[in-house]
Design a protein. Structure first.
Length: 277
């Protein structure tokens, strides 16, 4: 996979979606389900659902669900069960917040990664499907949910600049072209990406730190912000456990992976979403 570590195939997901018992050993304290998590009952000024996409929350949008059903038609019922469980969990997390926010915690932080992953994983654009997640949560809560569109490709521009360029279709460079050439040392000498690139990241420590800065700049450093960072990769959750939160910012890490339940049947539904304590 020469393009980027964020391209998650089904084979990679099988490796990274660790069985819950093994995953819990990464921490001194056990992982908890929603019903056991004390964080879910606490009121907060702003609660942020920072959502990974591929292998985690792609199934919560229409494109991701359609792509997975096409690949695993026999798993349609389990996919629907996971989707309902995930939405119920996310809704409970933000239920008492003064303001609920969703943002993209995926490595899809620029057009190129977005386009290539959508092509290879057949699960659509996260930028489109996040709008669906926002709308479904707002409908369930009966209140507004903010979609915070900051992407690292924004650079010094206003948060949402690159997201909106992607949505408007301003970038037209084919995903196949990007995948074949971006990381290829033998690419044509005159080839270049025709979009704004985001800094490369793998385990997302720098991404989360950057996102916290942007959240405080946008909503105010005086606000209490609770970030729930959801990811299917155990190595990312382990790495993010070492990120130091800023004053007035709390981080809760959530291992959120449907693979073992949907494709393998080796875990229970409640074990697809586990909170770090």
């Amino acid at each position: 996979q020469a393009f980027t570590p964020s391209v998650v195939s089904c084979a990679v997901a099988t490796v990274t979606c660790t069985v819950v018992n093994a995953f819990a050993e990464l921490f001194h304290d056990p992982m908890q389900s929603l019903d056991e998590s004390p964080d879910c009952s606490l009121a907060c000024d702003i609660v942020v659902l920072d959502l990974d996409y591929d292998g985690c929350c792609d199934v919560l949008g229409p494109d991701g669900m359609a792509g997975l059903i096409e690949t695993f038609p026999e798993a349609q019922d389990k996919l629907a069960q996971y989707q309902d469980h995930a939405y119920a969990t996310l809704q409970s997390v933000v239920a008492k917040a003064e303001r609920a926010v969703v943002m993209l915690g995926s490595n899809r932080q620029d057009y190129g990664t977005e386009a290539v992953n959508a092509l290879r994983n057949k699960n659509g654009y996260a930028t489109f499907n996040m709008r669906h997640i926002q709308a479904r949560l707002a409908d369930a809560l009966g209140s507004d949910v903010v979609l915070f569109k900051a992407l690292r490709a924004d650079g010094d521009h206003a948060p949402g600049t690159e997201w909106e360029r992607i949505e408007r279709g301003e970038y037209t460079q084919p995903a196949e072209d990007i995948f074949q050439n971006l990381r290829n040392p033998d690419r044509p000498h005159d080839w270049e990406p025709l979009y704004t690139e985001a800094p490369r990241t793998d385990l997302k420590e720098d991404l989360l730190a950057w996102q916290i800065n942007k959240l405080q700049e946008h909503f105010g450093s005086d606000k209490t912000i609770h970030v729930y960072f959801c990811d299917d990769r155990a190595d990312i959750i382990e790495a993010l456990a070492g990120v130091e939160p800023k004053p007035n910012v709390k981080i809760t890490l959530v291992h959120m992976c449907y693979w073992h339940y949907v494709a393998e049947g080796t875990c229970d539904l409640q074990d697809t979403i586990r909170f770090q304590t």
